[in-house]
Design a protein around this ligand. Structure first.
Ligand code: SAM
Length: 285
């Protein structure tokens, strides 16, 4: 079976049925989670500091729920209504926008502390989009220019994608550079057919921290071994967040925020807020 982006435009490919199938597939969940952890590692945000992140092509929220888990505030954009519908059903915490990233972003300059994108930008390489008047280079240029503007200086964007050739990597990298980004490509497990993953690690300004492009993971790990390594990395990331004293995401503020979100989304039976616990108040007559 050929790759999804070769089959149909994203908003058609990810219709109601495929959006649910994709989201409920436990293997997909695992892979997307692993790549999101790795993207966060490459983003290199200061441990413990709050950050507002952009999730580009957030889909049904598989990447976003890792951002939730790690205590980040995030905004997600996606072009497929059915994917966003599933994200809403799953009650992810990010604010969601229906948007074609090939048309560029309209966010205020410097809005985000970082951006991630997991398994998305290869779609922009495909000429067969629902926007036939726009060529891939034009769409990529709009995407990267407006993304650069939306990020604060310094910061990073980490975009995992599935190129089918070195020419595609070259095209994407050169357009990102023309749009003002520094940084480059990180390839994990370059020699493994299954575990190989390509990340574009882009810098605004110095990118925060060391200005060098991080090294890819080198081992020729087969899938099982790569899994074990990811587990270790995930544990390390969790510990880093805890030792960085990120605020307790399940505290009173978190509960109040979540309840407010449910109310805005029109959910019934959201308990009233109480002074201490946020639990439903008993009516006193
Ligand atoms: C494989 S899914 C990944 C979703 C999510 N990042 C995750 O990790 O599960 C790819 C997503 O990219 C979105 N996408 C593709 N082209 C897009 C475009 N031009 N604008 C916005 N979203 C797009 C699709 O609709 C789909 O939800």
């Amino acid at each position: 079976m050929s790759r999804p982006e070769l089959q149909a435009p994203p908003e058609i490919y990810y219709g109601d049925v495929e959006a649910k199938k994709y989201t409920n597939n436990s293997r997909v969940q695992q892979i997307q989670a692993d790549m999101t952890y790795r993207a966060l590692e490459l983003l290199n945000l200061p441990p413990g500091d709050p950050a507002l992140l952009l999730d580009i092509g957030c889909g049904s929220g598989l990447s976003g729920e890792i951002l939730d888990e790690q205590g980040y505030t995030w905004v997600g954009v996606d072009v497929a209504p059915s994917m966003l519908e599933v994200a809403l059903e799953r009650e992810v915490e990010g604010d969601l926008f229906l948007q074609d990233i090939g048309q560029g972003f309209g966010f205020r300059p410097g809005s985000f502390d970082g951006a991630i994108s997991i398994s998305v930008i290869q779609w922009l390489l495909n000429a067969e989009t629902s926007h036939p008047t726009s060529s891939p280079p034009h769409r990529l240029m709009r995407f990267f220019t407006t993304l650069h503007a939306a990020l604060r200086n310094p910061s990073r964007a980490v975009l995992q994608f599935y190129p089918t050739s070195d020419d595609q990597v070259q095209l994407i990298t050169s357009i990102a550079q023309k749009a003002g980004f520094g940084g480059g490509v990180v390839v994990d497990y370059p020699n493994s057919k299954k575990a190989r993953k390509v990340y574009l690690c882009l810098f605004v300004g110095g990118g925060g921290g060391a200005q060098q492009v991080p090294k890819g993971l080198e081992d020729e790990a087969e899938e099982g071994e790569a899994r074990a390594q990811f587990e270790k990395r995930r544990e390390r990331l969790k510990k880093r967040q805890i030792s960085g004293k990120r605020k307790n995401v399940k505290g009173k503020d978190w509960i109040l925020r979540k309840k407010e979100l449910y109310r805005q989304r029109g959910k019934d039976n959201v308990p009233n807020d109480s002074k201490y616990t946020g639990r439903k108040r008993k009516a006193v007559f």
